[in-house]
Structures are given as C-alpha cells and as structure tokens.
Design a protein around this ligand. Structure first.
Ligand code: PMP
Length: 355
C-alpha cells in the first residue's frame, strides 16, 4: 500500500477472484464458467462492422438489449438494468440502498463479494450462519432490519431456497430492498423474476457469465420495479454511464436471440452435474444437493486442501476456500462430460495414493 491510499480503505480485505493461471492447460473447474462456447449467433454478430463502430461510445441505456431481455422475461424495459457483470449491480446496490444506519444482512457462507462491498462502503453487515445441513433458514431474514442479499441457489453450496420462503422474506421486509442473486438460476432453480410485479422491494440479479457463456464479456442485468431500476441508474450515471462496451452489448443481444441454445447447454450441464454427483457419492464423498453449475463436495479420506492441491498438480483446477465450517469442502464447476471424467479419474488416483 502506498502512503497515498485513503485511510478509509487501509483495513479493506479485497475479494480474491478464482485463479486464472496461464502456466499450463488445466481442466478448469474453479470459476463456474460455462464449458460451452458462445452461440453461433454471437460469433456472427461480432463482425468487422461491429468492430468499426468501436470509435463511437456505446448506448448508455442499452435500449435494444433491455427490450430483448424485457420480452424474454415478460416485464417492461423500465424493469431492466444492465451492468458490467453482475458484480457491478451488487456494487451499485450497496451504494444505493445502504448507509451507516441501514446495514446489509446475508448468509455467513455465501458469495465472497457481499462482505467486501459492505466493508468498502462502511456498511454494517449481519452475517447469518447457515443451518447444520448448509441450507438457509429463511426465518432469519424476515424483519431483517437492513438490505437482504441472498444468492439463490446459494454459492458455494448450490442449494436453493423455495419461492414461498422468498415471498415471506419480501412480505416481512417492506422497508428493505431484498436482493435475490440468481447468478446460477438457469441450471435448475426456480427464478423469482415473476415476483417483481408484486414486490417493489425485490431486486433480482442475473448474469451472462454462467449459463450464457460470456464471463469474459462482463454482462449482468437486474430485474426489478421501475423505482429500484431508477435508483441503480442514478448511481450508474454518477459513476460510469458507459459501463457496458459496444462489443458486449452486441454479443448480449445475439445471446438473447439464441436463448434456446443456452438453455439446452444448461440442461446438458444439469445432467452432467447429476452424473458427477452420483459418481462422487459412490466414491464416498458427501456432495450437497446442487441446482447450480457446480457442486460442493468433501471426503473423509482426503482433506479439502489436499484434494485441491493434488488435483492442481494433476492438471485439474477446483476451488478451495479453506474457511471455517467449509474447510473440508472443494467447489467443483460442472464442465463437459469429458472434463468430469478426468476429474473423477484424477480424484480416484489421489484417493488410491492416500493423499
Ligand atoms: N453472484 C454470485 C453468487 C457469483 O458466484 C458470481 C460469480 N463470481 C457473481 C454474482 C458475479 O458474476 P459476474 O460479475 O461475472 O456476473
């Protein structure tokens, strides 16, 4: 840290993104990207003509993409907010809806960026432990007294919370924004997008990074009441109005136009998840019930740290958090069937080697 850094941030513990190592070709199962390429429509759209337009600023309102998403999700364009990855929306939401007197409430084991944003803005964070079985007790979030942030399905567990429970959280928090982070919803969970018509306090956050194979393009979106979208826009226009570049907007439009391609990929990934879960359980692993594109697994025969390190040595990258209560677990992104075969084979080798 240089002597110029503001004292406000001296103690900030920044988010640690998953590894993107360049030293060799890994079977990369550590950051929940899609193993499938963008659709042919996206390839076609990113043409020379699109590149020529780079001399012009992008449409700060992203009108065309918002219209397409609104049509897809059965809401109006005024209910859609676009962002540079969904991290951007979470960032804006902490800025817009929290302050010294209005804190945030989220599960203790969840997406690692929530506590970082709370720290960044000096917002009091109430971190609620998960239940013994790693599920979220929705009652803990009723009458929360602050902005509620719940990933559904949760990360890194992959477990979901029911629509009825989300309704109860919304109903009992009329004066708090409730963020439901649906980054992984397309792999088998039940989206609560429909509920934005009923609850003005609901902010649904989604991303093109996982189910739509565009993690590298950075595109996220929120669906909410027009009022909440206006609030997010106020922050966006006060920080970075051109937060989404032209190529990403164009790729996003083509991705929405080819939605079926992506939903088919999601089905494939869900089927691969079920096969991988069954195979790991067969090998003695405990695997939580996931509806996401990753699984959270542990074995009594090998520590989480040793499994992570051993797999890395054998060319397979998974995610290890090493945090209290989950130090025995690794999070494994669901790749192609072939990639998962390699994971299973290398895991078997490690168990045999007794590491
Ligand atoms: N929410 C959750 C729960 C996540 O796991 C991630 C991915 N790390 C994000 C949001 C952010 O994803 P992105 O910024 O790529 O849209």
């Amino acid at each position: 840290m240089s002597r110029f850094m503001s004292a406000r941030f001296a103690g900030l513990e920044a988010y640690t993104p998953g590894e993107q190592p360049q030293d060799m070709q890994y079977v990369k199962l550590n950051t929940n990207e899609s193993p499938y390429p963008p659709s042919p429509e996206v390839f076609a759209r990113l043409s020379r003509e699109e590149i020529e337009k780079l001399q012009l600023y992008p449409d700060p309102e992203g009108k065309i993409l918002r219209q397409k998403l609104a049509a897809l999700y059965g809401v109006g364009p005024e209910n859609i907010f676009l962002s540079n990855g969904s991290d951007d929306i979470l960032n804006f939401a902490f800025m817009a809806f929290c302050d010294e007197s209005h804190g945030a409430v989220f599960p203790e084991i969840s997406y690692g960026f929530y506590p970082v944003y709370a720290d960044l803005y000096g917002v009091k964070a109430k971190k609620i432990p998960l239940k013994e079985d790693f599920s979220i007790d929705h009652k803990d979030y009723c009458h929360a007294g602050g902005m509620v942030v719940i990933a559904n399905p949760n990360a890194p567990t992959g477990m979901e919370i029911s629509q009825a429970q989300i309704r109860e959280i919304l109903r009992t928090n009329p004066d708090n924004v409730v963020i439901i982070d649906e980054a992984y919803i397309d792999f088998g969970g039940t989206s609560c997008v429909e509920l934005v018509k009923e609850y003005e306090n609901l902010l649904v956050v989604q991303t093109f990074s996982k189910s739509r194979s565009m993690a590298g393009a950075r595109l996220g979106f929120a669906i909410a009441s027009a009022g909440l979208i206006e609030d997010l826009n106020k922050i966006k226009y006060s920080t970075n109005p051109y937060n989404i570049n032209r190529l990403t907007l164009a790729a996003g439009e083509a991705a929405v136009d080819s939605n079926e391609y992506y939903m088919e990929n999601c089905k494939k990934i869900a089927a691969t998840r079920e096969r991988t879960t069954a195979a790991l359980r067969e090998m003695g692993f405990t695997v939580l019930d996931s509806v996401a594109n990753f699984i959270f697994a542990k074995s009594d025969a090998i520590s989480g740290a040793a499994l992570y390190a051993g797999l890395k040595k054998k060319g397979v990258l998974v995610r290890y958090f090493g945090k209290k209560r989950i130090e025995d677990f690794v999070r494994i992104t669901i790749g192609t069937d072939e990639q998962m075969e390699i994971l299973l084979e290398k895991t078997k080798e490690l168990l045999k080697e007794g590491k």
